[in-house]
Ligand binder design. Structure first.
Ligand code: ZN
Ligand code: ZN
Length: 354
């Protein structure tokens, strides 16, 4: 944590920022380790960095925060007293206009908005973060293996989602990184089909997109499986998506851009006749936030570096019919990429051999 503050100070210096107020919860957590960041902010002055929170968190701040805590309901008053006039950098992509106006009135400081101020630092995960995300990925794999044992015709999507969440919460997870997607039959064509009351039938594809949250960090994985024999058309979608996914994973390496990596999967799906059915971007960075930098899309000029944590998740969707998505969590290494998701992704019919 001390190293993170040091890097932040250096970065602020390059931006010409002397004093900065950090309000984005994931940034507050990243800098301090405090687990109630929605009710806290961090003031960085040339001579100090303090966590500002209120009386509900005296014990928790003491126990968790690597920064000294100032417990005071009137946190704007604390900023006024400690910043002592002049300019204050703020997170323009988080602070609301209403809060900014009040902050200016209460402190008399001139606010200078900066966007994505910690993004260039958080984009590279340190060893401790990689270790936590690795555990989140392992728990996600275990929850997925567990839910597969319950997948059969007649169960509802929502019951499977509940089984996943119960598994995660009773095996050391804080909860889910995002609403669990269980999308069966025609609903599998909805990339964001969160679990519904729909009953799964034989001969359908089912897509699971899930991620455990462990110690504040997210995992993210998607698998699509068949429940009984499926049509050759649906099998063709599956094979095309798996091929595209494997090609993109193999192409992960330092120096490749988000655009180039996205194109690997997109070209592969286009070759197979499903280019137009791939209706979203290839992937995203993962950390404290489920979606963070870098972006992997036809528009993202982000370039991969060792220590980045990304997802590779091509999909193909035929509205009203069926869809397939396969997603792995991948750590960018000096050599290429290390896949942290270890759930099997080859075509699986859960009823075969049952
Ligand atoms: Zn996902
Ligand atoms: Zn994802």
């Amino acid at each position: 944590m001390t190293a993170r503050l040091e890097r932040t100070r250096q970065h602020l210096a390059t931006l010409g920022v002397e004093r900065m107020l950090i309000t984005t919860p994931s940034n507050v957590r990243w800098l301090s380790g405090f687990t109630a960041p929605e009710d806290a902010r961090i003031l960085i002055n040339p001579t100090e960095a303090v966590l500002l929170t209120d009386g509900r968190y005296i014990a928790q701040a003491e126990e968790e925060s690597s920064l000294p805590a100032v417990i005071e309901r009137d946190w704007m008053g604390v900023v006024r007293d400690r910043a002592k006039g002049g300019a204050l950098g703020v997170e323009g992509d988080h602070l609301t206009m209403a809060t900014a106006r009040r902050l200016e009135q209460e402190t008399g400081l001139t606010l200078e908005p900066h966007d994505r101020v910690l993004e260039p630092l958080r984009i590279i995960k340190d060893a401790a973060e990689v270790d936590i995300i690795r555990r989140a990925a392992q728990l996600t794999d275990a929850a997925y293996a567990h839910v597969l044992t319950q997948l059969r015709p007649g169960v509802r999507e929502v019951d499977l989602a509940l089984a996943i969440e119960q598994y995660v919460r009773t095996h050391g997870g804080e909860g889910m990184a995002f609403d669990i997607i269980v999308a069966s039959g025609p609903r599998s064509a909805m990339p964001h089909g969160t679990a519904s009351g729909r009953t799964i039938e034989a001969g359908e594809l089912v897509t699971f997109d899930l991620g455990a949250k462990v110690d504040g960090y997210c995992a993210d994985m998607t698998r699509t499986v068949a429940v009984g024999p499926i049509s050759t058309e649906h099998r063709a979608i599956f094979d095309a998506v798996l091929e595209a996914q494997e090609r993109a994973v193999a192409a992960v390496r330092p120096g490749i851009s988000g655009i180039a990596l996205d194109a690997v999967a997109r070209d592969s799906l286009t070759e197979a006749g499903f280019g137009k059915a791939f209706s979203h971007s290839l992937g995203h960075g993962v950390g404290i936030d489920i979606h963070e930098a870098p972006g992997l899309s036809p528009k993202s000029e982000d370039v991969l570096e060792p220590g980045m944590m990304i997802t590779i998740e091509p999909g193909a969707y035929l509205p009203g019919d069926a869809g397939v998505r396969i997603e792995d969590l991948v750590l960018v290494t000096e050599q290429g990429g290390e896949v942290l998701s270890s759930s099997p992704k080859a075509f699986t019919d859960v009823l075969a051999g049952a």
